[in-house]
Design a binder for this molecule. Structure first.
Ligand SMILES: [Zn+2]
Length: 72
């Protein structure tokens, strides 16, 4: 069973989902898909749970928390 907290690389997301990086990249840059970049223009790392949420059209727990913090 895959570790849900594990970070995925771009290549892994492409391989697992069959979604191209040209779709994934704008989603990351626009924040629709929650990812982390350690350095500007660096490689993206995405938690598996965030990626799976995005695949199903949901917000990940981090995005939800952010929205709630803003609304409060
Ligand atoms: Zn997230």
């Amino acid at each position: 069973m895959p570790d849900p907290r594990r970070f995925m690389k771009m290549e892994e997301m492409v391989e697992e989902s069959g979604i191209s990086r040209f779709t994934l990249m704008p989603a990351l840059q626009e924040g629709r898909l929650h990812g982390i970049q350690h350095v500007p223009r660096g490689k993206w790392r995405v938690e598996r749970t965030c990626f799976e949420a995005w695949l199903t059209g949901e917000e990940c727990s981090h995005q939800k928390a952010k929205k709630e913090a803003k609304a409060a």
